[in-house]
Design a protein around this ligand. Sequence first.
Ligand code: 5GP
Length: 117
Amino acid sequence: MTAYDPNNIFAKILSGDIPSVKLYEDDDTLAFMDVMPQAPGHLLVIPKQGSRNLLDADPAVLAKLLPVVQKLANAAKEAFEADGVYVAQFNEAAAGQTVFHLHFHVIPRHDGLPLKP
Ligand code: 5GP
């Protein structure tokens, strides 16, 4: 399994070296707006602990992260008056992962409006 690289972009967002539009923060979790949203309200939820992706994540970290994903999915759905919410995450480049710090995408979806590529 590939080791976690602490120089990734989201680690720099966590350290404050790269700015972000923060939506939620607690001791274990940070949520912020995606810089290239695929639809209005596209946000990302990450653990503060360094995990490369779901494959190497500590289950204890996931246990704290998932309730936040759920809470923000509901909040985003309401705030954007969406018909549904897309929640996704990718593991390794072959699966579409480009930033190698575990993250969940939360994207409000409206009937008939496709995601931007
Ligand atoms: P992945 O393909 O790894 O699942 O998604 C990475 C996501 O991170 C992409 O949606 C991309 O737009 C977002 N992203 C990449 N760099 C930055 C950044 O510097 N700031 C923020 N807020 N999002 C970023």
